[in-house]
Design a protein around this ligand. Sequence first.
Ligand SMILES: C[S@@+](CC[C@H](N)C(=O)[O-])C[C@H]1O[C@@H](n2cnc3c(N)ncnc32)[C@H](O)[C@@H]1O
Length: 144
Amino acid sequence: MIGTPDVIVDVGSGTGVTAEALAARFKRDPRPRFVLVDPQRGFLTRARRRPKSRFDLVEGDATRVPLGTHSVGVVVSFGVLCCLTEEALPHAIREAWRILRPGGYLLVSVPRWQGPGLESQLMVEGFVRLASERPGVSALQKPS
Ligand SMILES: C[S@@+](CC[C@H](N)C(=O)[O-])C[C@H]1O[C@@H](n2cnc3c(N)ncnc32)[C@H](O)[C@@H]1O
């Protein structure tokens, strides 16, 4: 469904487990550039040690991602939005919206019980839901 994007950003990447699994799916060139954003430097240091990965590592926060507006084709955020405070969550959603190009994709995962609430919030901000693997694991799109 999603072609090869030029840039994939993993917001709240941790040590890069998710990014590494995603990167492995792109076997042929051109491969996307992966940017991993996390506030914890120690996690990013561990992500750098992943042998097959050539990630760009950025120390940053989901509410203030240091990337340009409309600069990204896909934002991935697994197990992160569920950890944010009520105040921070809308800021993080708007940041994902800001950095995504029109037509870009947002892939999120939160615990099952938080899924419906999060999806509603994302749709209020303008995202369109494309698919849900299960409640809390969803693919959404920023309309073109
Ligand atoms: C449960 S881990 C998930 C890591 C990774 N996404 C994965 O799937 O393995 C949560 C991650 O969110 C990061 N995190 C916590 N607060 C954050 C924030 N405000 N902005 C961005 N990342 C944050 C943590 O540092 C941690 O790496």
